[in-house]
Design a protein around this ligand. Structure first.
Ligand code: F6R
Length: 605
């Protein structure tokens, strides 16, 4: 992961680099650093921890220079301390890097034999040393080209040089890199969002490309060092502002936004006058789709699991959901009649991207469901469906998850209708339910204080389980993921019917357990599983739209979601499980927007 930025300008660049790094902190916050070229000398400043630490250093000891590079780190090689922070510099070269150099140990040995000494434990420092070495005998282009050819792995790089006083170099293989165009200044950044306050004119490097930024122009080269041209995109300003407003943190803001984001998404895809779903040009004729394969990581994978249930329920198509890091290496039989759907908020997740690349290489049809429309996954997919959730800054995914489920649900409905798997009457009924989602979410959001109270039951828990059947099972998995990543309490999402096959042994007196039990065809069975948990001392938080009083005496707390059709209950169950993770983490004084060891965009495998 990590975030990189580079600027060449006719004015001092350090404050612009810091501002861009703040926007890139979602990619990592283990350390931060900057190098500028000041009067022909590379000035490197770096520290462990957040960009605000770097800002303090620069406040006391400012960096001058009208070109420079910056970095925020998510540690892979070497502990997150100041020495391992980027940039990594010699007197002649300074490098920032996002990605992993897989052959760094071998290269390190090779260059140690040549007499070079390494200061850090990182894989990145070899790039600095190799480039430094080539520059002794080669010109700039050849030095860059030869250096890149020695590297195995994935990277996006930003480089400045002592002896090339007015350029910044960028390079990409595997990790994303955007180029921004300004007036007498040009930029590189890990994404266009980091550059948005400076420009909305963006190009993207493709794998193997490198570029040289000058003040007045940008030169692009492919992996054969040939000069190439790049298309310039205008990125929309619509999602420019990502601030917390009156909210304590981004996560609470993003949870609160979900009524509006779902409304916006429905408006984008639903023609309400005709009750038609505006999704056209699906790359395989829906009538001919044999199987749908859904591929993603983490929360996005849970949206795929949800879609699996919907596809089985609403279509006659075979379906599988896969974790991208497994899919990319399995000997999966790829079939031209199957539709491969990749779900990713960031659109940059390395494993999901690699799985997509594998499908593209095999000529099968792909669809990307993303939040960031300029992302690598969006650009590589045959067909893209944006979720229209707006920037999601909190590391724990919330509104993107709801958005992913919504777009998947609409796509499935569209396919189902085109195939006549669903009749017109049933279709209309479900569309009416879809229209209700934003308001039902709004209603559920008003009940945050109830979850705030019950969250106290969880703060000292050794562990917990989230149980559900059918449509509630993927939400149980998502609930457990949210709780563990935010509050660092061990949590498992389990199919309620599986408990008796082992996990029931974990239940002990007073253990808090979340049971998701909407009134659907699994309700009675889930209740039986819940009773088995209660009988063994489990303290149950039940989330349901059941209104009967009969169960209440045995359970610790019943959170009532609005009554809704089982098809859409997933959207409503999601709200309390988000609130629960949020409030438990808050009570445990955890960093809500930046949980430990994580990053928003996972661009390493
Ligand atoms: C959890 C979370 C992660 C992401 C996963 C995939 O809250 O955010 O599990 O869902 O890293 O990221 P994207 O969706 O960007 O591919």
């Amino acid at each position: 992961m990590c975030g990189i930025v580079g600027i060449v300008s006719n004015k001092s660049v350090s404050s612009s680099i810091i501002n861009a790094l703040k926007k890139l902190e979602y990619r990592g916050y283990d350390s931060a650093g900057i190098s500028t070229l000041n009067n022909g000398i590379i000035e490197e400043k770096k520290c462990s921890g957040r960009v605000e630490n770097l800002e303090k250093i620069l406040f006391e000891n400012p960096s001058s220079g009208d070109l420079g590079i910056g970095h925020v780190r998510w540690a892979t090689h070497g502990v997150p301390n100041q020495i391992n922070a980027h940039p990594h510099s010699t007197e002649k070269v300074s490098v920032v890097h996002n990605g992993i150099i897989e052959n760094s140990d071998k290269l390190k040995m090779e260059y140690e034999k040549k007499g070079y000494k390494f200061k850090s434990q990182t894989d990145t420092e070899v790039i600095t040393i190799i480039l430094n070495d080539y520059l002794k005998s080669e010109d700039l282009i050849n030095s860059i080209h030869k250096t890149l050819n020695k590297l195995v792995g994935s990277f996006a790089l930003g480089v400045i040089f002592k002896d090339f006083k007015d350029i910044v170099v960028g390079a990409r293989r595997g990790s994303p890199l955007a180029v921004g165009y300004g007036h007498n200044e040009n930029f590189i950044g890990s994404d266009s969002y980091a550059l948005k306050s400076m420009t909305n004119k963006i190009s993207y490097l493709d794998d193997g490309d490198f570029c040289i930024l000058h003040k007045e122009k940008v030169e692009f080269f492919n992996s054969n060092k040939q000069k190439i041209n790049k298309e310039i995109f205008e990125v929309s300003n619509e999602d420019n502002v990502a601030d917390k407003g009156d909210f304590k943190d981004f996560m609470s803001k993003e949870i609160d936004e979900q009524s509006n984001t779902t409304k916006k998404c429905i408006n984008e895809y639903l023609d309400k006058s005709r009750d038609e779903i505006n999704i056209y040009n699906i790359p395989i004729d829906p009538l001919k789709i044999k199987k749908i394969r859904l591929i993603a990581c983490g929360t996005a994978y849970h949206s795929c699991l949800m879609a699996k249930y919907w596809i089985e329920e609403l279509t006659s198509i075979d379906v599988e959901a896969d974790i991208a890091s497994e899919f990319r290496y399995r000997k999966v039989k790829l079939n031209k009649d199957d539709l491969y759907i990749f779900v990713s908020q960031s659109g940059e997740t390395a494993d999901t991207y690699a799985a997509l690349e594998k499908c593209k290489k095999n000529g099968v049809k792909t669809c990307g469901i993303v939040n960031v429309v300029e992302s690598s996954i969006a650009r590589l997919s045959d067909f893209v469906l944006p979720i229209h959730a707006g920037p999601e800054i909190g590391v724990a995914s919330t509104k993107a998850f709801i958005g992913q489920m919504l777009v998947l649900f609409l796509l499935i409905l569209k396919i189902s209708k085109d195939r006549n798997d669903i009749d017109q009457k049933e279709f209309k009924k479900i569309i009416e339910d879809v229209k209700k989602i934003p308001n039902l979410i709004k209603l559920t959001l008003t009940k945050q204080n109830e979850i705030q109270e019950i969250a106290r039951d969880f703060i000292d828990a050794k562990g917990t389980m989230y149980l559900g059947r059918g449509y509630s099972y993927p939400i149980a998995m998502e609930g457990a993921l949210k709780l563990k990543e935010l509050s660092y309490i061990h949590a498992e999402g389990y199919a309620a019917g599986e408990m008796k096959h082992g996990p029931l042994a974990l239940i002990e007196d007073g253990m808090p357990i979340v049971v998701l039990a909407p009134k659907d065809r699994f309700f009675e069975k889930t209740i039986s599983n819940m009773q088995e948990v209660i009988a063994r001392g489990g303290k149950v938080l039940m989330i349901t739209n059941d209104t009967s009083e009969t169960l209440s005496e045995n359970i610790r707390f019943k959170f009532q979601i609005p009554d809704a059709h089982p098809n859409i209950s997933a959207f409503l169950l999601t709200i309390p499980i988000q609130f629960l993770a949020y409030h438990v983490a808050l009570l445990r004084n955890c960093d809500i927007d930046k949980p430990r060891n994580l990053a928003k965009s996972v661009t390493v495998e």
